[in-house]
Ligand binder design. Structure first.
Ligand SMILES: NC(=O)c1ccc[n+]([C@@H]2O[C@H](COP(=O)([O-])OP(=O)(O)OC[C@H]3O[C@@H](n4cnc5c(N)ncnc54)[C@H](OP(=O)(O)O)[C@@H]3O)[C@@H](O)[C@H]2O)c1
Length: 264
């Protein structure tokens, strides 16, 4: 696909999968609009993309703050009215047991992972439709397909993403807006370090399981290909993806594994 005339908006672009996506699209000379709340690392991604010779736009916001998202969309659309691809990828994980986690923390996770993606999508949709269509990719998780310990609110928020964007796909069929739902397994990023605990503080640990994940670059290339091919779903990772099949076709085994496998 020729990306030179395309504009791609990516959230979570300061780190991990989002950053790798920004670089992959920049290599193809797409214009990239880059968002995250981590302004310093977001600037670094912008510079990296510019070095690759493409236009990169710094558009920071906090996914938990609807007013910041809406302002960023208004500001960007004034200069770049045509967005071809939105990749709603920014998110936060969890490392705490439900029994010790205040509901405020559950809400915070939903605010970022679910309502953040929904708010950005709603803000951009009229422009996508007015322009004749576009593509929305949203990053859920393998744990948006089943439940796994230490991540109750995270799993729930990622299940919510699956339901919302599947329904949205059907609604937007006639408007030529396509939807790809991405469910990664383990990807070697800072996700466990940035995950929040029962107090809302960063877990701060690179979990051993995370280091066994595929690279963010490999994940990004697969996401790019899935969008290009208009895949409705992408399950991306290593052998852990088998858990989705086990949950679906061998659920008694799944329920044993879910409580026995080390969740970190
Ligand atoms: N890595 C995996 O194994 C894995 C597996 C399944 C799904 N995922 C999903 O993949 C997506 C990308 O994660 P990743 O692995 O690349 O992790 P990451 O390296 O931690 O990147 C996530 C990015 O999202 C940003 N973010 C978090 N909260 C935000 C907020 N309130 N507003 C704006 N930006 C915010 C983070 O900023 P801060 O650094 O400031 O927090 C970070 O830059 C997430 O949706 C995650 O749930 C990842």
């Amino acid at each position: 696909m020729d990306y030179k005339e395309k504009t791609v908006w990516i959230t979570g672009a300061a780190s991990g999968i989002g950053r790798a996506l920004a670089v992959e699209y920049a290599k193809k000379q797409a214009t990239v609009i880059l968002s995250d709340r981590d302004k310093e690392n977001l600037q670094a991604t912008v510079k990296e993309c510019e070095k690759l010779g493409t236009k990169a736009v710094y558009a920071p916001f906090d996914l938990a703050k609807a007013d910041e998202i809406e302002k960023a969309v208004n500001d960007v659309l004034k200069i770049y009215p045509k967005i071809n691809i939105l990749i709603s990828n920014g998110g936060i994980s969890q490392r705490s047991y439900a029994i010790e986690t205040p509901v405020e923390i559950d809400r915070k996770i939903f605010e970022i992972n679910f309502f953040g993606a929904v708010t950005l999508t709603k803000a951009l949709l009229p422009a996508l439709i007015a322009d004749g269509g576009g593509h929305i990719s949203v990053t859920s998780s393998m744990t948006g397909k089943f439940g796994f310990p230490l991540r109750t609110a995270y799993c729930a928020s990622k299940h919510a993403v699956q339901g919302y964007f599947e329904a949205l796909r059907a609604e937007l069929y006639d408007k030529n807006v396509k939807v790809t739902i991405v469910s990664p397994g383990r990807v070697y990023t800072n996700i466990s370090i940035n995950a929040i605990d029962k107090d809302g503080k960063a877990h701060g640990i690179l979990d051993p399981g995370q280091t066994k994940g595929i690279s963010a670059e490999k994940c990004a290339r697969k996401i790019m290909k899935a969008i290009e091919r208009n895949k409705k779903e992408l399950w991306v990772g290593g052998s852990e993806i088998l858990m989705i099949y086990i949950r679906k076709y061998m659920s008694p085994l799944f329920h044993v594994l879910a409580r026995k496998i080390n969740p970190t």
